[in-house]
Write a protein that binds this ligand. Structure first.
Ligand SMILES: [Zn+2]
Ligand SMILES: [Zn+2]
Ligand SMILES: [Zn+2]
Ligand SMILES: [Zn+2]
Length: 496
């Protein structure tokens, strides 16, 4: 939102807020004198400059100023549709190319989502308003969070009228949280936010969580000030000693105390503090938080000794159906179906849950499998050159059967622009993407689907099946032959 910075400055000066305007102008830092919460301007210039260098990696400022119109070039047919398609493909691909290094991550997470419900959320710089957009993304976040982290727990808090308000309690059931967030739609944002109150309440909620899981707080913060009853620095210290990690998504501009809060609670790494530039970037920042955080071995308090690998007891109950309704141990509501705790036999109505009677973690093996891909991510697939495509003779996407563009004569291989318009960075000239393990070729949509949804390579997986069951192999071959036939017809129609 580079162009709306002026708006903020104007608005801020009306409210008598002290502004620290830097010469580079793209990320302004605002400190306010309105409370003890926000650190004074002294001594942070050098620090924030360093931090800013690092921040560039995550910030959207680079693509914000990239001149997309300059990459638009007319194709041979006089339209720009080919280029536009290329740009769309590059966009899909950009989301995909992530770091695939296997890292130790905490897959059992305890996260408190803190929503700003203060006056600042009534702003309309994010459409329709910051408030409504935040509530919408919060619901999507809850859904995605449990999709990616099925054995984790979540709670939601709000900051309104200088207080922290409880929206939903810590639980593993997405529906409860989504209903609670939807109930906020009828209310209006008002009053001042208080970071300290919210953090203290979140600390209370995370206090009893077991040590094998992570303790995280994600704050969506629209205001540029925090009205606190005490010294927020003591709160930050207690958060550090309780091993609670805070990440913040700002909606207006960078605030010094937020950066400090993120850096101190994440062992010096302040990349978890992001400021949304526009609606799309805001969504990306929110969705980034669904990936489990990396385990820091050298925390502020000590070394790996603080975080030894330990075994965790889990029960894998199977579903039972009683002839008569009985009460579940979790809500005391009568139901016929349910799961019996594998240790004490209490009935719970949904999984994952911890047994209300004996405290055993009850999950399904599919939940564990779904968390597994964060630890061993599917490798990024590579772009395929025309030369490689011709050598492999791939004509259809291995997964969906979509026909690839045909390999042009050898003379045109060197010229990437020929026939397909301008190629944006990261996209394949031949429209093919290759799994480096099974060396099969896929289309861009299957690339996105395999990496974002199924987290498995269809080529590698089918290799195993084909060896075991030859009948399925034959079926595939037939299917391919049929598709190939159809493709030839389509090609004939195209040329005709
Ligand atoms: Zn129940
Ligand atoms: Zn039990
Ligand atoms: Zn495909
Ligand atoms: Zn593969």
């Amino acid at each position: 939102m580079a162009d709306s910075d002026d708006e903020y400055v104007a608005e801020a000066s009306e409210k008598d807020i002290e502004i620290d305007n830097d010469d580079d102008g793209d990320d302004d830092e605002l400190g306010t004198g309105s409370g003890a919460a926000i650190s004074g301007p002294g001594g942070r210039a050098a620090r924030s400059r360093d931090a800013r260098r690092k921040k560039k990696g995550r910030g959207g400022a680079e693509w914000e100023v990239s001149r997309t119109w300059e990459t638009l070039v007319e194709g041979a047919d006089g339209t720009i549709s080919a280029t536009v398609e290329g740009l769309l493909e590059a966009g899909k691909r950009k989301r995909l190319l992530r770091d695939t290094t296997p890292l130790q991550r905490g897959i059992i997470r305890h996260l408190i989502l803190v929503l700003d419900l203060s006056f600042a959320m009534a702003e309309k710089d994010l459409r329709p308003t910051r408030y409504l957009l935040t509530l919408r993304y919060a619901q999507e976040f809850v859904q995605e969070f449990f999709e990616q982290n099925p054995i984790s727990q979540l709670g939601v808090l709000g900051m309104r009228d200088g207080l922290a308000v409880r929206i939903s309690d810590m639980s593993g059931n997405p529906t409860e949280h989504i209903l609670a967030i939807q109930a906020l739609l009828t209310k209006d944002p008002k009053g001042l936010p208080s970071l300290q109150n919210a953090l203290e309440m979140a600390r209370g909620a995370l206090f009893h969580t077991p040590t094998h899981g992570t303790r995280e707080v994600l704050i969506i913060f629209g205001a540029l000030l925090s009205s606190d009853p005490g010294d927020i620095h003591t709160t930050i210290q207690t958060l550090v000693s309780d091993k609670i990690r805070v990440s913040i998504i700002g909606l207006a501009a960078q605030v010094a105390i937020c950066r400090e809060l993120c850096a101190k609670t994440n062992a010096g790494d302040d990349s978890v503090y992001g400021v949304a530039l526009n609606e799309q970037h805001f969504r990306e920042l929110v969705m980034d938080a669904t990936t489990p955080p990396v385990t820091h071995h050298t925390t502020a308090t000590g070394s790996a000794k603080d975080n030894p690998a330990s075994l965790l007891m889990m029960g894998f109950p199977s579903r039972t159906l009683d002839p008569f309704p009985s009460l579940c141990a979790c809500h005391s509501t009568p139901s016929r179906g349910g799961y019996l705790c594998s240790r004490c036999g209490s009935k719970v109505c949904s999984l994952p849950a911890s047994c209300p009677a004996c405290g055993l973690t009850l999950i399904l093996s599919t939940h564990l499998a779904r968390s597994y891909h964060h630890l061993f991510p599917l490798m990024n697939w590579v772009e395929v050159s025309w030369q490689r495509a011709a050598a492999a003779k791939s004509e259809n996407c291995f997964a969906c059967g979509l026909a690839f563009p045909r390999v042009p004569p050898r003379a045109q291989w060197g010229d990437a622009g020929a026939g397909s318009g301008v190629t944006a960075k990261g996209i394949s000239v031949s429209g093919r993407y290759e799994c480096t393990v099974c060396q099969r070729h896929f289309c861009i949509d299957c690339d996105v689907f395999a990496h974002e949804v199924v987290h498995n390579c269809p080529g590698c997986q089918s290799g195993i099946v084909q060896r075991e069951e030859t009948t399925i192999g034959n079926g595939n071959a037939n299917g391919n032959a049929e598709l190939k036939g159809q493709q030839e017809q389509v090609d004939a129609m195209d040329t005709g």
